[in-house]
Design a protein around this ligand. Structure first.
Ligand SMILES: *Cc1c(COP(=O)(O)O)cnc(C)c1O
Length: 351
């Protein structure tokens, strides 16, 4: 840090993204990207002609993309917010819906960015322990008296709350925003988007990064009552009105047109997940019940970090977290069936 950096940030611990090493070709099962390319429609639309228009600013209202998302999710365009990845939306939401008097609460084991935003904005944060089996007890969030942030399915466990569970949280927090981060909902969970018309305090955050194969495009969206969307727009127009570049806007629109392509690949991922769970269990692993495009697994003998390092030596990258409660585990992204078979044979050679 230079002497010019504000001392406000002395104790800020930045988020650490999963490693993206360039030293060799790894089987990348560490950042929950899709193993599949974007749909053929996306590949065709992001073309030379569109690149040649990069001298012009993108549409700050993102009207085309919002309309497509509204149609797709059965809401109106005024219920949609779009931004430069869902991390950007989480950032705006912490800015907009938390402050000195309104704190935040989230599960102790969840997406690693939540505590970073809480730190960044100096928000009082209450991290709630998971139950013994790593599940979230929805009652822990009843009458929270602060902004509630929950990833559903949760990361890195993949475990799911039901729409009824979320309703219970919404009912008992009518004066606070409940943010449900549905980054992984397309891999077998049931979305709570249908509740946005009923609850003006519900903010559902989604991303194109996982199920829609566009992590590199940086595109996220939120669905909520128009009041919350207007709040996010206010923050966006106070920071970066052109928050989505032209090419990503086009990619996003075409991606919504290719729902079948993505739906089929989500099915492939779910099948590969089931295969992986079965094979890992046969080899002495314990796993959480994952509804995401990753599994969370610990071996009866091999430690979490050791397994991570041995897999890396064999060209397979997975994600290990050093936090005490979960240090025996690894989060393994589900790739293609072939990639998962390669993971299993690497594990066989380690065991
Ligand atoms: C991947 C992920 C995100 C971030 O997604 P981007 O849209 O790529 O910024 C947000 N929340 C959770 C829980 C995630 O796993």
């Amino acid at each position: 840090m230079s002497k010019y950096m504000s001392s406000r940030f002395d104790n800020l611990e930045a988020y650490t993204p999963g490693e993206q090493p360039r030293d060799m070709q790894y089987i990348k099962l560490n950042t929950n990207e899709s193993p599949y390319p974007p749909s053929p429609e996306v590949l065709e639309a992001v073309n030379r002609e569109e690149v040649s228009k990069l001298n012009l600013y993108p549409d700050p209202t993102a009207k085309g993309l919002k309309n497509k998302l509204a149609d797709r999710y059965g809401v109106e365009a005024k219920n949609i917010f779009v931004s430069n990845g869902s991390d950007d939306i989480l950032n705006f939401a912490f800015m907009a819906f938390c402050d000195d008097t309104t704190g935040v609460t989230y599960p102790e084991i969840s997406y690693g960015f939540y505590p970073v935003y809480a730190d960044l904005y100096r928000i009082d944060a209450r991290a709630v322990a998971l139950k013994e089996d790593f599940s979230i007890d929805p009652k822990d969030y009843h009458n929270a008296g602060r902004t509630v942030v929950i990833a559903n399915p949760n990361a890195p466990t993949g475990m799911l709350l039901s729409v009824e569970d979320i309703k219970g949280i919404l009912d008992t927090n009518r004066n606070n925003v409940v943010l449900i981060d549905e980054a992984y909902i397309d891999f077998g969970g049931k979305s709570c988007v249908e509740l946005v018309n009923e609850y003006d305090n519900l903010l559902v955050v989604r991303t194109f990064s996982k199920s829609r194969c566009l992590a590199g495009a940086r595109l996220g969206f939120a669905i909520a009552n128009e009041g919350l969307i207007a709040d996010l727009e206010k923050i966006k127009y106070s920071t970066n009105p052109y928050n989505i570049n032209r090419l990503s806007l086009i990619a996003g629109e075409r991606a919504i047109d290719s729902d079948d392509y993505y739906f089929d690949h989500c099915k492939d991922i779910i099948e590969a997940r089931e295969y992986t769970v079965t094979e890992l269990k046969k080899r002495g692993f314990t796993l959480t019940d994952s509804y995401a495009n990753f599994v969370f697994a610990k071996h009866e003998r091999v430690g979490g970090e050791e397994l991570y390092l041995e897999l890396k030596k064999r060209g397979v990258l997975v994600r290990h977290f050093s936090k005490e409660i979960i240090k025996d585990y690894n989060r393994i992204t589900i790739g293609t069936k072939e990639q998962m078979a390669a993971l299993i044979s690497a594990i066989d050679s380690i065991l």
